[in-house]
Design a protein around this ligand. Structure first.
Ligand code: MN
Length: 385
């Protein structure tokens, strides 16, 4: 059994105000060509298909086009789950009809987790596709009052799958979750505030392969077969040194997996460069790719007039210019940090201490986390009347 695992496409995403649809279409073309060439038995998309609950029309068109080419044109079954960026209800529209064509879309978590079963010469492989869900949704759906966080939710889901499935058959789980010990990037939106989103790798290691989504750096976690495919593209400058890949998995008759990472070549790379303005303008550091998405750090200490305007004449996709050596003396520890690198809770703690003159207490931080989680939950529920 051969399948391709990919995740975190974030179709419709903006990076520093620039829409990435053209870049996404460019790599999806390569993925379609790879599917055509390698003829996998299935393609797994582990959530965050879209960047937001109501994606822009060109992103919807791009997904429609890609899925039609693969499912109808190439006859390859595709399994898609919703991630935390997707609207479960919108994504699952028409899913019963689409399943007839071998496009299996899972939007909302359900009590009955029935697998998509595919066959090879050695028998059946059961693919359990579990979309992202809030702990409160799992608590209600599974009528289990003991579900308080994501780890509890996954324990219940895993136990249900294992209890219902036959033993001895090969199985794959498709999931969108944050496995403890894995490495984050800057472009992921926390699943909940304050670390309550981490789940134990053991919930996934018991399957022959775990096709994970959520974290944008391609990585195996805990074991080779528990894997994040990583995002389709670099979605922040913190990912400039990532090699984005899709994962090709070859499963043998006993469920052992051989994993190969296949790089996709972006239309424009995401890079960080630094230098003096004069040098950058007169001797472009990378004449070969001046159209890449760039973060430029200027080393000049004196005043610089219209740095971005002048840089863009040479580097049309310069997205961010940073000056070092110009930062005012920070008043507090957090004020000296780059606010884009702080998470919600740290940002609020910095704001709190600036307004009150005191550091935030543990109780106050916990109260803040509870309010934000509740707010996010309500947002999702209004999404899903
Ligand atoms: Mn994501």
């Amino acid at each position: 059994m051969r399948f391709i695992h990919t995740a975190d496409w974030h179709l419709g995403r903006l990076m520093h105000g620039v829409r990435l649809t053209e870049d996404q279409a460019y790599v999806l073309d390569q993925l379609a060509a790879l599917i055509d060439e390698s003829k996998p038995d299935a393609v797994l998309v582990s959530g965050d298909v879209y960047d937001r609950a109501v994606p822009p029309p060109d992103a919807v068109e791009l997904l429609d086009d890609f899925l039609s080419r693969v499912v109808l044109g190439l006859g390859t079954p595709v399994l898609v789950i919703a991630g935390n960026h997707d609207s479960a209800r919108r994504l699952e529209f028409g899913s019963k009809l689409l399943a007839e064509q071998n496009l299996h879309v899972f939007g909302s978590v359900t009590r009955d987790i029935s697998p998509v079963v595919l066959w090879d010469d050695a028998g059946a492989v059961r693919f359990y596709a579990v979309p992202f869900a809030e702990p409160s949704q799992v608590r209600a759906e599974f009528s289990d009052e003991n579900v308080h966080d994501h780890n509890d939710a996954w324990r219940v889901v895993r136990d249900r799958i294992i209890a219902a499935g036959p033993t001895g058959e090969r199985s794959v789980i498709v999931a969108h979750a944050f496995v403890s010990g894995s490495v984050e990037s800057e472009s992921e939106r926390p699943l909940s505030v304050g670390g309550a989103d981490r789940v134990d790798s053991s919930h996934f290691a018991c399957f022959d392969y775990a096709a994970l989504g959520h974290l944008h750096r391609p990585q195996s976690t805990a074991a080779d077969h528990v894997r994040y495919a990583g995002s389709l593209l670099k979605y922040s400058f913190s990912e400039a040194n990532h090699l984005k890949t899709v994962t090709m998995v070859e499963m043998d008759a006993y469920g052992a997996c051989r994993i190969e990472n296949i790089p996709l070549t972006p239309l424009r790379d995401v890079r960080c460069v630094s230098g003096y303005l004069k040098d950058l303008l007169e001797e472009p550091m990378s004449r070969e790719d001046p159209g890449d998405y760039l973060k430029i750090t200027l080393l000049d200490s004196g005043p610089v007039f219209d740095a971005m305007g002048r840089l863009r004449e040479v580097y049309p996709n310069a997205l961010h210019v940073e000056r070092i050596g110009l930062n005012p003396t920070p008043r507090t520890e957090a004020a000296g940090m780059d606010h884009r690198k702080l998470n919600d809770a740290d940002l609020f703690a910095a704001f709190f201490s600036q307004v009150t003159g005191d550091d935030i207490s543990e109780e106050e931080a916990a109260a803040y986390a509870a309010v934000v989680d509740e707010m996010r939950r309500m947002e999702r529920e209004t999404e899903q009347p």
